[in-house]
Design a protein around this ligand. Structure first.
Ligand SMILES: *[C@@H]1O[C@H](CO)[C@@H](O)[C@H](O)[C@H]1NC(C)=O
Ligand SMILES: *[C@@H]1O[C@H](CO)[C@@H](O)[C@H](O)[C@H]1NC(C)=O
Ligand SMILES: *[C@@H]1O[C@H](CO)[C@@H](O)[C@H](O)[C@H]1NC(C)=O
Ligand SMILES: *[C@@H]1O[C@H](CO)[C@@H](O)[C@H](O)[C@H]1NC(C)=O
Ligand SMILES: *[C@@H]1O[C@H](CO)[C@@H](O)[C@H](O)[C@H]1NC(C)=O
Length: 379
């Protein structure tokens, strides 16, 4: 009897260990192939050994006078009355560059069409493009004239006189925060996005209306990078020196490709930016530092893609918020994503079942595509 009992226990333990082993193998497989987050996971654990990030904002705090120098640029093109006397649900800043005329056109005629949104969804959205000056002096004059002509027609460019370069993106963030504070503080949500991102604005508006109705505060949503480490490889675009950022992890942040904040967050992040050293040129990380200084942390939404691209499928269009890395296929994607067929295919019990299976195949089968997480298949 006793012997049997021991055997039984041993067997159970062995089974338990086997299960644990298999589970961890599966998890490691997921991490490295499904998401490739190994770096993040490493520093995520580190992050929890460290205290919260108060010391970062404390360390980067400078006087208001010093901080003002980071955003002290004049407007070359402005529209002070864009939001006046309007109940604006969403102010959407698209970070563009002077030469990206085609991208702006594609946005204006697809998801960025304010008239379309107003007519079909009955809400006011303002889409504006944030720009600096072309870095090449030889091209600047010609491009500047083209920009003025473009703006005369569309009235949607906001430009300041800093050089429009990758390493000046934080200045562009300060432009967006400053402009919102000065000219559109009543917009209920603020979004910042790249000009090669596809935003399913009808889905986003439906979602934000719900959020707005529930009266939330402290709202900051996107894809979330948790415990990401600074890149120390000198040849990387995202290289950050120890001088600029001496710590081993960034506070949680949402990639600049596309994120949304509520107006109270926009206002507090702006306030934080008035006393922080903005020399860190990774704009979305700097946004994370400002938010962190105010005790605000981001929440993840599975259908914000960050740097990833959504698979092309009807069942995805029904829920997608953003998809990154589009330029050529804006029109086609917009047409397909707003097709009434999308609703039809994915509704009803059978439709939902069909879409769950389709999404599992698209999102959960490990491949090397950077897209929505597997859990999005079950939402
Ligand atoms: C995961 O990331 C590492 C380092 O960033 C890279 O070397 C590796 O090729 C990636 N693996 C996959 C499966 O993408
Ligand atoms: C910020 O951190 C750096 C490096 O750790 C240190 O040299 C500097 O004195 C700190 N500054 C403040 C104001 O705490
Ligand atoms: C925006 O949408 C409206 C209404 O659907 C349409 O009349 C207009 O042509 C669209 N604008 C652009 C630039 O496509
Ligand atoms: C950022 O813009 C300022 C003002 O035009 C310019 O002096 C500076 O060189 C730019 N920085 C980078 C890294 O391009
Ligand atoms: C801001 O930080 C940089 C390091 O990234 C430093 O060189 C600079 O002196 C700081 N500015 C102020 C006003 O403290």
């Amino acid at each position: 009897m006793l012997v049997n009992f021991c055997r039984f226990r041993k067997c159970q333990i062995r089974q338990l260990m086997m299960t644990c082993f298999v589970l961890s193998a599966v998890m490691i497989y997921w991490e490295s192939f499904g998401n490739n987050l190994s770096n993040h996971v490493k520093s995520y654990s580190l992050r929890h050994l460290l205290s919260p990030f108060d010391f970062i904002s404390a360390n980067l705090t400078i006087s208001r006078g010093e901080a003002r120098k980071f955003s002290d640029y004049n407007y070359l093109i402005n529209h002070e009355r864009k939001c006046t006397n309007r109940d604006v649900l969403l102010l959407l800043f698209v970070k563009s560059s002077p030469e990206n005329f085609e991208r702006r056109q594609a946005i204006r005629s697809t998801w960025g069409n304010e008239t379309y949104i107003e007519r079909t969804l009955g809400v006011t959205v303002r889409v504006v493009f944030a720009l600096g000056l072309h870095p090449q002096p030889s091209q600047r004059k010609k491009l500047q004239q083209e920009l003025l002509r473009e703006d005369e027609k569309y009235n949607d460019l906001i430009q300041q006189n800093f050089l429009d370069t990758f390493h000046n993106l934080t200045i562009k963030l300060l432009l967006q925060l400053g402009w919102t504070h000065a000219y559109c503080p009543h917009a209920r949500f603020l979004m910042s996005a790249d000009d090669d991102i596809f935003i399913h604005l009808p889905n986003l508006i439906r979602y934000l209306r719900e959020v707005d109705r529930s009266g939330v505060k402290d709202f900051w949503v996107g894809k979330v990078h948790r415990g990401a480490p600074p890149i120390r490889k000198k040849d990387s675009k995202y290289y950050v020196s120890e001088d600029m950022y001496p710590w081993s992890v960034y506070p949680d942040y949402t990639p600049g490709a596309g994120y949304v904040v509520s107006k109270d967050v926009a206002s507090r992040v702006y306030q934080a930016s008035l006393t922080l050293n903005a020399s860190l040129y990774i704009d979305d990380v700097f946004m994370g530092i400002c938010a962190n200084a105010m005790g605000i942390s981001p929440q993840e939404h599975a259908f914000f893609s960050g740097e990833g691209r959504a698979p092309y499928h009807l069942c995805i269009y029904n829920q997608m918020m953003t998809s990154h890395g589009h330029v050529k296929d804006f029109h086609e994607l917009w047409r397909q994503a707003t097709d009434p067929e999308v609703q039809r295919v994915s509704s009803g019990l059978l439709g939902r079942l069909y879409c769950t299976v389709a999404k599992v195949r698209l999102l959960c089968v490990p491949h090397f595509l950077n897209t929505y997480p597997c859990k999005a298949a079950f939402l």
